[in-house]
Design a protein around this ligand. Structure first.
Ligand code: SF4
Ligand code: SF4
Length: 171
């Protein structure tokens, strides 16, 4: 859409009209202090892999309650391939390789493959005790199914390290 606006500045006026029309009918969450804090935490968890214990620490510091422990893994039903399949006159360009790769040799790993099989996003591969994760596919600390499923309890996401250079290209 940004490109559409650059090519046709009048579109900005149209968008402003839409925004003006929305003011009377929408709650502006961004002005809520609670929203502002929780939104920041959600971004840190989902986008930057902040661990849940840190999330809980922040919640406590804000004076809110902790997130309750999951009693069982939720089922994931993927209905759409992407949240925004098409946007703007020129559509949405999909860049396949955007994320970084993380890797770690896991001491005590028996290469059973349970973590790879459990990953709902096909983000994790394991070979000879070495785990590699595509961060652009991974749901991060909002998920951690790979950690919980490990029968030997040897895998911890905190052990994963960033891969630089050519090795980061394929997984
Ligand atoms: S946290 Fe683990 S199981 Fe979840 S998406 Fe990432 S690699 Fe897969
Ligand atoms: S589940 Fe645990 S033991 Fe099995 S491959 Fe993954 S890290 Fe290794």
């Amino acid at each position: 859409m940004a490109r559409d606006i650059v090519e046709n500045p009048d579109l900005l006026d149209e968008l402003q009209e839409v925004a003006d029309g929305m003011q009377g009918n929408h709650i502006t969450l961004a002005t809520s202090e609670i929203f502002e804090k929780i939104y920041g935490l959600e971004l840190a968890v989902c986008e930057q892999n902040m661990p849940m214990w840190k999330y809980d620490e922040w919640l406590e510091s804000y004076g809110y309650g902790n997130v309750p422990e999951l009693e069982e893994d939720p089922e994931i039903h993927r209905i759409y391939e992407s949240d925004i399949p098409d946007i703007g006159r020129n559509g949405l360009s999909i860049i396949e390789e955007v994320g970084t790769k993380l890797t770690a040799e896991i001491e005590g790993c028996i290469s059973c493959g349970a973590c790879e099989k459990e990953c709902p996003e096909d983000a994790l591969k394991v070979e000879d005790g070495v785990i590699t994760i595509r961060s652009d596919y991974c749901n991060g600390s909002a998920c951690l199914r790979c950690e919980r499923i490990c029968p030997s309890k040897v895998f911890s996401y905190d052990k994963m390290l960033y891969i630089e250079g050519e090795d980061a290209v394929s997984l």
